[in-house]
Design a protein around this ligand. Structure first.
Ligand code: HEC
Ligand code: HEC
Ligand code: HEC
Ligand code: HEC
Ligand code: HEC
Ligand code: HEC
Length: 346
């Protein structure tokens, strides 16, 4: 093989590695894998709790029932016929390789963690109301609605409701689900203000069960400033999405932006290419401990790398308090990992 051909082949390889693989989010497999027409077979109930919404053959709280597993470390459940169910709640222990969102294990029964409520979002069907964060306070950093303080987004630990105060359960975040449609929404994540309020991104086919440089989610970020007139509708960013409930943690006015000195840790700002940040190059040295977003997830570059909420947090739950991606108590001056992946000289 001539050297030119070799170069062309390796260029194609590099291109393929970075080409967005627009993965189908449609479910696959025979109807019977998931639905039951009458909830009855040979005279017996198919689902003991049924009949259920959408004729599902699982437990009454259909989202939790289907997306859970009691098998240790089973994070993708293959029930045959091409049906692969991503698992978000392993009931027998925190899995070794949780999917991208983390896992609800510790925020449920939580053993051996002491303050279990701090390890995840308290979601209906998995945990009761957070003992530290009452419904009066609601989501930390949330905004007032109609001039009344702390009435929005009070809790996810109640049954899903159509009002905007207690949009409980999984559907509090995955507001609309489309298991039979491929649409533009990243992981069925949207707001409830209108059809233009949704998150964009590139989805890893295995939900980051084993993330690598070539196979991982690519999140949408926005190069601020963000504020009341620049919301999820404009940005389509994962951080704007979190800001829907944790409003003041994402607003420039509340973070002291657009530049140092900040008042709260900034998100939806570029990861500077200078100073201590120059040493972190996420597009070429992907690090799942502190991932970044990109202004264009289809072509991630160093110049368009963006700090996001998920640079530090897992959205479902983790093995760390505050749903952090790493042990914050060991992030220390002169150390490595965690905060120091970005603040490389601290
Ligand atoms: C892997 C599981 C799975 C399989 C297989 C499956 N479905 Fe569904 N289906 C769901 C889920 C979950 C919902 C409810 C939530 C939603 O609409 O996304 C649903 C909802 C529906 C709905 C109501 C909402 C809509 O999209 O119209 C219909 C009708 C439906 N399924 C028909 C079918 C038929 C027919 C088949 C077989 C050809 C099938 N499903 C196979 C999981 C499945
Ligand atoms: C009968 C089983 C079943 C039920 C019930 C079910 N799901 Fe799913 N869900 C699946 C399967 C299978 C997939 C994987 C689809 C794929 O291959 O991308 C999935 C995928 C997802 C995803 C990831 C989508 C993506 O882009 O990969 C989310 C989020 C989700 N479900 C949320 C929910 C919520 C919320 C509910 C309740 C309203 C629910 N599911 C009910 C089987 C189910
Ligand atoms: C606080 C908001 C929130 C709640 C509540 C929530 N999710 Fe998610 N979920 C997310 C986000 C954000 C992602 C994308 C994670 C990523 O890609 O890093 C996600 C991803 C997923 C995925 C894809 C697998 C993965 O880990 O990326 C599935 C399946 C899913 N969620 C199901 C559920 C189910 C079932 C529930 C209820 C038991 C639920 N979610 C509750 C925000 C939420
Ligand atoms: C639909 C509203 C909603 C959305 C969207 C949402 N949260 Fe929350 N969040 C809450 C509520 C309510 C609480 C307080 C109760 C609890 O812990 O579940 C909370 C608590 C938290 C906590 C503290 C956990 C604890 O118990 O100490 C963290 C960290 C957090 N959220 C991060 C995020 C991130 C990151 C995102 C975006 C992926 C996000 N949230 C999206 C409603 C939301
Ligand atoms: C994904 C990269 C990233 C991670 C991880 C990260 N930071 Fe930052 N941090 C930044 C960027 C970028 C800025 C803003 C720099 C600027 O203003 O130019 C910043 C700003 C700050 C500031 C404010 C500095 C000022 O000038 O006002 C502090 C303090 C800080 N970070 C501490 C932390 C701590 C503690 C952690 C770990 C919990 C952490 N950071 C994790 C990227 C990161
Ligand atoms: C640089 C890392 C980093 C980023 C980025 C980040 N957080 Fe945090 N977050 C933390 C740490 C560390 C804590 C633990 C408490 C503390 O030090 O403030 C925390 C705590 C929280 C809490 C719990 C507050 C409470 O009262 O218990 C919420 C809610 C939260 N973060 C939401 C968000 C949201 C929403 C975003 C994006 C808009 C975000 N975080 C971005 C590191 C981060």
């Amino acid at each position: 093989m001539g050297p030119q051909i070799k170069i062309i082949i390796s260029l194609i390889g590099i291109l393929l590695a970075f080409l967005p693989v627009q993965v189908s989010s449609k479910v696959a497999g025979p109807c019977v894998n998931c639905h039951t027409m009458h909830n009855s077979q040979d005279g017996a109930n198919v689902s003991g709790a049924g009949p259920n919404q959408y004729l599902m053959n699982v437990g009454a709280n259909i989202c939790v029932a289907c997306h859970s597993s009691d098998v240790a470390n089973e994070t993708i459940k293959d029930i045959g016929g091409g049906t692969r169910i991503p698992i978000v709640y392993n009931t027998s222990g925190y899995p070794t390789n949780p999917l991208a969102g983390g896992n609800f294990y510790y925020v449920s029964t939580g053993s051996p963690k002491v303050d279990k409520d701090a390890y995840g979002h308290n979601v209906y069907g998995i945990s009761a109301q957070d003992a530290n964060i009452s419904t009066v306070e609601g989501a930390p950093g949330n905004k007032s609605c109609g001039g009344v303080a702390n009435v929005c987004h009070r809790t996810l630990a109640v049954e899903p409701q159509s009002n905007n105060f207690d949009k409980g359960g999984c559907q509090g975040c995955h507001v609309n689900v489309f298991h039979h449609t491929d649409n533009n929404e990243y992981r069925f994540l949207s707001g409830h203000e209108g059809t233009n309020y949704y998150v964009e991104g590139v989805e890893d086919a295995n939900w980051e069960q084993t993330p690598t440089l070539a196979n991982h989610n690519v999140y949408k970020g926005y190069d601020g400033p963000v504020g009341d007139s620049v919301t999820l509708e404009t940005t389509k960013s994962i951080s704007s999405y979190c800001g829907g409930c944790h409003y003041y943690f994402h607003r420039e006015t509340a973070t002291g932006g657009p530049s140092s000195p900040w008042l709260r840790h900034p998100t939806d700002i570029k990861l500077p290419e200078t100073g201590e940040y120059a040493a972190y190059n996420p597009p070429t040295e992907y690090n799942n401990q502190t991932p970044v977003a990109y202004t264009n997830p289809s072509s991630p570059t160093r110049a368009t790398a963006i700090v996001m909420c998920l640079s530090c947090h897992r959205p479902h739950g983790s093995d760390q308090p505050d749903m952090l991606r790493w042990d914050y108590s060991t992030s220390e001056l002169g150390g490595s990992g965690g905060c120091l992946n970005c603040h490389t000289t601290k």
